[in-house]
Design a protein around this ligand. Structure first.
Ligand code: FES
Length: 267
């Protein structure tokens, strides 16, 4: 559909009703993939967190901790609730992603169909209030979730580096590398790329400034802002890559714990 016909459709009000559109492209494909991807991840992550087992691989000197269970508050602080302690942690990355600007666009389209895509009819009878009223006004808490998620990310970096040290004879730690070490490192890199592209992070670094060149500190902040903005250009891609890398890292550790597969020690 050309810009001109889009404009005229818009000017005349366009087709009405849910899903009504003049578009002839596969506009439904994106929302459908988002729906399937988020449902699949939601089901798997809920089950993995619910089990409360098979999240820490310690065989053959390895120490691989599932990202769903990091930080290990049970081991670190002796916190042992009557349910899986993963739920004490997971509300942070869940809140971080649920309030992310990219994910908001995605699930508003895929789950609320509001609108399902550009120039496609949405459900009737809804009053658009944006994010100015409850519950969506809570999306403004994104920056606070970013701060909390950054703390969790630091623990994940520790876990990834810890995965390169194996308990040897006499209980001493030795540097080594297994397939699990690489998976955990790649996962935390993907999560960092997602976090660094966060708009709240960009605002923290380069926001609230009237002049980018008026002082040395301002110029430094400008350079940093440009640096992290590189990740923002691919925020959508990093959102999905990091989502699946978290799930796959848990799956790898879980399958090793269950004895279904075995970690391969590279050296
Ligand atoms: Fe996506 Fe902050 S805008 S994580």
């Amino acid at each position: 559909m050309s810009d001109t016909s889009l404009a005229s459709a818009s000017a005349s009000g366009g087709p009405h009703g849910l899903g009504a559109t003049d578009r002839r492209d596969s506009w439904w494909l994106g929302p459908m993939l988002v729906f399937l991807g988020l449902v699949a991840f939601g089901v798997y992550s809920t089950w993995a967190a619910w089990t409360g087992t098979d999240y820490l691989l310690q065989s053959h000197g390895a120490y691989y901790l599932s990202p769903f269970y990091s930080p290990d508050v049970k081991d670190l602080f002796g916190i042992a609730p009557p349910f899986s302690f993963a739920f004490l942690i997971l509300w942070i990355p869940l809140g971080f992603r649920a309030t992310c600007y990219y994910y908001r666009k995605s699930y508003y389209r895929a789950f609320f169909l509001d609108p399902v895509a550009c120039a496609v009819g949405e459900p009737k009878g809804r009053t658009y209030r944006g994010e100015t009223a409850f519950p969506f006004i809570l999306q403004n808490m994104h920056r606070y979730f970013f701060y909390l998620a950054t703390i969790v990310l630091l623990f994940l970096w520790f876990d990834a580096l810890r995965a390169f040290f194996f308990t040897g004879p006499g209980g001493h730690l030795q540097f080594g590398m297994g397939v699990g070490s690489i998976i955990m490192l790649l996962n935390v890199i993907a999560l960092s790329a997602f976090s660094m592209g966060c708009n709240s992070f960009r605002h923290l670094i380069g926001g609230k400034m009237d002049c980018f060149s008026c002082s040395g500190a301002a110029r430094t902040r400008y350079k940093l802002w440009k640096g992290v903005s590189v990740f923002n250009l691919r925020h959508q891609e990093w959102a999905w890559i990091s989502l699946f890398s978290v799930g796959l890292t848990d799956l790898y550790i879980r399958l090793c714990c269950m004895g279904i597969i075995h970690d391969v020690r590279i050296f």
